[in-house]
Design a protein around this ligand. Structure first.
Ligand SMILES: [Zn+2]
Length: 265
């Protein structure tokens, strides 16, 4: 503890903000070198907050941080990449909230292990969420990369029960075992597996092993999107053992949009 500098500068992405006391905000931030941190932005809720005022959600920000007795304090904040569409467009905001919540859920404070790679992944994903038209494919690719980095890469090539190589045909997926299940084993574990089509499996494999340049060329129809979303969310929820509230919010937005396209606000 004592060897760490009391004051240090770091780039950060604001994962979440919550009110703290009467005028302050508690930030959860991701940094490339120190991993995930919690810091207090003093006076950030006052209208004329200046030095530490630029702490917008999802924005990439240069922070000067000071270690107080119990908590980190933001001494200065300068936004370097605002990612404005993520705060102006409700659907983009919902996806940004989802990727930030997922990262928060799968990381622990001050674990610097993969933090540089996590920071780059989050930064690239937020940029894509600003401009891409198919936000679902951005989210699926992010999930696969994130699972790689936090050590929960799903097995997509061999049956998680018998180890047989998976052939290109309709299969099953086990969220509990974390991977694909062959038709023979699937028939023996019907209560704990979900079906996955040959096309769904192909899409998940592309998402897992290909670069974004390749993945963004994937053209998936709505049933296929829903199928791979169901498989991925089932796996993520099993891992986290709780429902991701932001994912439920995206589904609710979609349901509302389908029923009342003009009323989404
Ligand atoms: Zn099997």
């Amino acid at each position: 503890m004592s060897s760490r500098p009391r004051t240090f500068r770091s780039e950060a992405i604001i994962l979440s903000r919550s009110d703290f006391g009467e005028a302050d905000r508690l930030l959860v931030i991701l940094t490339p070198e120190h991993g995930k941190l919690r810091a207090i932005a003093k006076g950030a809720r006052k209208p004329l907050a200046r030095k530490s005022g630029h702490v917008e959600l999802f924005a990439r920000t240069d922070l000067l941080l000071h270690r107080g007795r119990d908590l980190l304090i933001v001494s200065q904040a300068e936004m370097t990449e605002p990612y404005l569409p993520l705060r102006e467009d409700l659907t983009r905001a919902a996806y940004a909230n989802y990727v930030a919540e997922l990262l928060d859920s799968f990381t622990t404070d001050e674990d610097g292990g993969e933090s540089a790679a996590l920071f780059d992944l989050l930064d690239a994903t937020l940029r894509r969420l600003c401009g891409e038209s198919d936000l679902r494919i951005v989210a699926r690719h992010y999930e696969m990369r994130l699972l790689d980095l936090v050590g929960f890469r799903p097995e997509m090539t061999a049956c998680v029960y018998c180890g047989e190589a998976i052939s290109p045909q309709d299969q099953f997926f086990s969220a509990a075992e974390g991977g694909v299940v062959c038709p023979v084993c699937g028939a023996q574990h019907v209560e704990v597996v979900v079906p996955i089509s040959q096309h769904g499996l192909h899409a998940l494999r592309v998402l897992q092993r290909e670069s974004w340049a390749h993945v963004r060329a994937l053209k998936l129809n709505t049933p296929l999107h829903l199928e791979i979303e169901r498989v991925m969310l089932g796996y993520l929820i099993a891992l986290l053992e709780r429902r991701l509230q932001s994912a439920a919010f995206i589904r609710r937005l979609r349901a509302e949009g389908r029923q009342h396209p003009k009323e989404a606000s």
